[in-house]
Ligand binder design. Structure first.
Ligand SMILES: NC(=O)c1ccc[n+]([C@@H]2O[C@H](COP(=O)([O-])OP(=O)(O)OC[C@H]3O[C@@H](n4cnc5c(N)ncnc54)[C@H](O)[C@@H]3O)[C@@H](O)[C@H]2O)c1
Length: 382
């Protein structure tokens, strides 16, 4: 990057990026990898000790990438199916980083998210399908690797979660192994990826890269597809994508990030993505909106997965009872969720609020709700 950063960024740091987002950026592309799902409980690939690559020794793989190799899968499908069972969408809740993407979408700043992840957490966080390019596929569709027959993804999910008995049954039924349409090494990336990159990257006015080692091509090389005047922000535990350090990349003409040039438009924020996006959201004045999305997402996830509706308020109170909490904030949080949920038992909510208030010896509270009969009522408690 040879441009004078001061012409574009007010300052070559996170504050400069925040100001740039507020003032001008409206076609932001975010490129993400496994690191953004680590706090959801899904291990990444390459982090030593916790990454899948170090855990996969137990499968006796000839090399770690074999788990995503079609030839290896044909002969030994068990490692892939075991991994798939662990990371199947629905078992994990999106992270604050995923909700930050949703916030960018809500603010009309997001052009597209290019994700290498196969966990579908972007769409679970509420991103429109049109905003997501799942470069390495995901579990939304599935097919038989021998006949090409399309198989109902719900049937595939149930059988993979059943373990060996389940996937062997599908093998017999479809005359070949059935796999979710996750891109294996050597397979083509989805058409949607190639159809969109030229147009998207020519429009991009800010590139944010998060939670990826940028080791897998062609995905990794996309960081070079933006114009020289486009700022690029990396939020990652370590610096990545500095291709000028790499002889092979130099030969094929990859430039990569250049964080050390004083005039650079490349900014590196070296920390966990969740902390990084919170810091950025704070500078943008969006932190409370981000926290609200995270909170609602967690409650919804818990309801959908294990917590019955009736005990849902109890669940919220339990979660918060150990921490000093402003009860007005608590009530507002409940109100937000409650007013969108017609099936919710209002009497139960009010009783629980009153009980919660009593337990915490709060004297008076106004339950402000817009849509229900308790609007404007005051509950005076002694
Ligand atoms: N969640 C998933 O869907 C998932 C999980 C594992 C692997 N994969 C697949 O494996 C490939 C792996 O490549 P990759 O680059 O995405 O992953 P990777 O494991 O190669 O790299 C992850 C990067 O994220 C960083 N990181 C880890 N946790 C972080 C955190 N909390 N905050 C900030 N940074 C963090 C690491 O330091 C590393 O640089 C992808 O192609 C993907 O399809 C997907």
């Amino acid at each position: 990057m040879s441009n004078d950063s001061q012409n574009i960024l007010y300052s070559p740091n996170l504050s400069g990026i925040a100001k740039y987002i507020s003032d001008s950026a409206k076609n932001i592309i975010v490129m993400v990898g496994a690191g953004i799902s680590v706090s959801a409980g899904i291990p990444d690939f390459r982090t030593p000790g916790t990454g899948l690559y170090s855990k996969l020794e137990s499968y006796n793989l000839p090399y770690p990438e074999a788990i995503f190799s079609l030839d290896f899968f044909r002969n030994n499908p068990e490692p892939f199916y075991t991994l798939a069972k662990e990371i199947y969408p629905g078992l994990h809740c999106p992270t604050p980083t995923h909700y930050f993407l949703k916030l960018l979408q809500d603010k009309n700043k997001l052009l597209r998210v290019y994700t290498q992840n196969i966990d579908s957490l972007e769409s679970i966080a509420g991103l429109d399908k049109s905003k997501i390019i799942a470069a390495h596929g995901n579990f939304d569709t599935a097919s038989c690797i021998d006949t090409g027959e399309i198989v109902n993804p719900e049937e595939v999910r149930k059988n993979i979660l059943l373990g060996k008995e389940g996937w062997s049954k599908m093998n017999a039924k479809y005359g070949g192994l059935v796999k979710p349409d996750i891109v294996f090494f050597g397979e083509n990336l989805p058409k949607k990826f190639f159809d969109n990159i030229n147009d998207d990257f020519s429009k991009c006015d800010l590139l944010i890269v998060m939670g990826t080692s940028l080791k897998v091509n062609p995905f990794a090389s996309l960081i070079d597809n933006v114009s020289d005047t486009t700022p690029r922000l990396l939020i990652n535990r370590e610096k990545v994508g500095q291709y000028s350090d790499d002889i092979l990349s130099n030969i094929v003409g990859l430039r990569g990030f250049d964080f050390d040039n004083p005039n650079t438009l490349d900014i590196a924020l070296l920390k966990d993505c969740d902390d990084g996006v919170k810091q950025l959201a704070n500078k943008l004045g969006w932190l409370s909106q981000l926290e609200k999305l995270v909170y609602k997402g967690r409650v919804t996830f818990n309801i959908n997965n294990s917590i019955p509706k009736k005990t849902y308020l109890q669940y919220i109170l339990d979660q918060l009872s150990d921490t000093p909490i402003d009860y007005i904030i608590l009530i507002n949080k409940i109100k937000d969720i409650w007013s969108e949920d017609n099936e919710f038992d209002e009497t139960y909510v009010i009783k629980s609020i009153i009980r919660g208030i009593k337990e915490h010896r709060i004297e008076q509270i106004i339950v402000k709700t817009e849509k229900n009969k308790y609007k404007g009522h005051q509950y005076k408690l002694i």
